[in-house]
Design a protein around this ligand. Structure first.
Ligand SMILES: Cc1cc2nc3c(=O)[nH]c(=O)nc-3n(C[C@H](O)[C@H](O)[C@H](O)COP(=O)(O)O)c2cc1C
Length: 399
């Protein structure tokens, strides 16, 4: 059994390095790493928490069977990055080298399928299918939030992809607020059970604020991230989900020891929008005003470009030219979610493979047309920045 110390209205685990804030004692107690998993055998009912998480993840998939939940008027501002056309490439198109290194691992192309799903039988098939394609292509793959398997360890199998993709760079996933209320050794066990190479910690305050049952207490997340960076022994990739990472947040994360960021900016999927769609009925006008809230992906890249991170550009990456523009702005990889899950629903693994190889081909085309032999050349290729991005950079990125 766990011991708990009580301090005012917060609960603390006495074994934690800095007495991490616990908001839900029952959850911690049920998940305490000192206890063995003792969930019911398969066939018994899931816990209330696991059932809620599972049905929410299922509801989140629904719009992506169709057109997804794109931003309404906002764009990524990647269209403000004009790579200057070079009409004399003097190279063979087949010799363009798109390989790179991220988190110490070789990637055949600078692409990452960012975290989406888990916790349901359908999610298990999606994770395995997409991971298999990512593994074949030599790119990265992220699991969706593993909260469901924290709530009920029997759901671990819905995140297990290693038999389908033994060599894929695999990132586990947890929300910042869950990280703050979960003992680190339980997070480690969560990653080990799926054979993850890294942990993505998602920050999604805008989504939580719109979700009726969402978290409202965002305290303790920075500390928990710092603990994870120091104690996990694996790269910790801090990501948004579509509202972007600012320079101020990136500087704080850098001070906490974080070396990997996924900026996940505005211009692609709107998670405020997805929550409103999920709620149904008349849209709440207060929440709807935040549909496009956040930092456009290109602006977020510019904000963090000189801070020394290995950065994933995501949020609205839809083709190889978007990937090329992101690399030119300093990203190491580009990440994509909605196009991949939509491809899955259209045509399973083949459609996912077509979507991702299409992006890689589009990237190679941009490289030929800018005279870039490899990604380092592309990063240095001449470009002109215009429009909103130029204005943003003038105000936010000090020369
Ligand atoms: C169906 C779906 C589920 C998602 N679930 C998660 C999640 O569990 N954890 C997470 O960090 N991000 C999640 N995301 C966010 C994506 O990883 C990504 O940051 C965001 O959708 C922006 O990329 P996009 O415009 O290419 O969709 C999800 C995205 C989709 C489309």
């Amino acid at each position: 059994m766990c011991d708990f110390a009580r301090d005012g209205r917060k609960w603390y685990h006495p074994g934690s390095r800095r007495r991490r804030c616990l908001r839900r004692v029952e959850e911690w107690h049920g998940n305490c790493s000192r206890r063995r998993w003792s969930g019911p055998a398969w066939g018994d009912g899931l816990s209330d928490e696991a059932t809620k998480v599972e049905s929410r993840k299922q509801e989140h998939l629904a719009p992506f069977r169709g057109d997804g939940v794109p931003s309404r008027g906002a764009t990524t501002w990647l269209e403000c990055v004009h790579l200057v056309h070079q009409a004399l490439p003097e190279q063979h198109a087949d010799e363009v080298d798109v390989s790179t290194i991220f988190a110490g691992r070789p990637f055949s192309a600078p692409l990452f399928v960012t975290g989406m799903t888990g916790g349901t039988a359908e999610a298990a098939a999606i994770n395995r299918g997409i991971a298999r394609v990512a593994g074949r292509l030599g790119i990265g793959f992220g699991l969706g939030s593993q909260r469901a398997m924290l709530a009920d360890p029997r759901l671990a199998s819905t995140y297990q992809v290693r038999d389908a993709a033994p060599d894929v760079f695999l990132a586990g996933n947890i929300g910042g607020t869950q990280l703050a209320s979960t003992p680190l050794d339980q997070v480690r066990e969560m990653l080990d059970r799926v054979g993850a190479d890294a942990l993505c910690v998602h920050l999604n305050p805008a989504q939580e604020m719109v979700q009726p049952e969402g978290d409202r207490d965002f305290r303790g997340v920075s500390e928990a991230i710092e603990d994870a960076v120091r104690g996990l022994g694996k790269p910790v990739i801090v990501k948004e989900v579509g509202a972007g990472i600012s320079r101020e947040v990136a500087e704080r994360l850098r001070d906490l020891g974080v070396r990997h960021l996924d900026v996940a900016g505005v211009g692609g999927t709107s998670w405020v929008g997805a929550e409103l769609v999920r709620r149904g009925g008349d849209p709440d006008p207060e929440a709807a005003a935040y549909w496009d809230w956040g930092i456009p992906t290109a602006a977020a890249l510019a904000e963090v470009a000189d801070l020394g991170f290995e950065t994933i550009a995501s949020g609205g990456i839809r083709n190889g030219l978007d990937v090329a523009r992101s690399i030119a702005l300093g990203a190491t990889l580009a990440g994509t979610a909605s196009p991949v899950i939509q491809a899955w629903f259209r045509g399973g693994e083949q459609a996912v493979a077509d979507c991702l190889t299409g992006m890689i081909d589009g990237l190679k085309m941009a490289m030929v047309l800018t005279g870039s032999r490899n990604l380092a050349d592309l990063r240095a290729a001449p470009r002109v920045i215009t429009g909103g991005l130029l204005e943003w950079m003038r105000q936010r990125v000090k020369p």
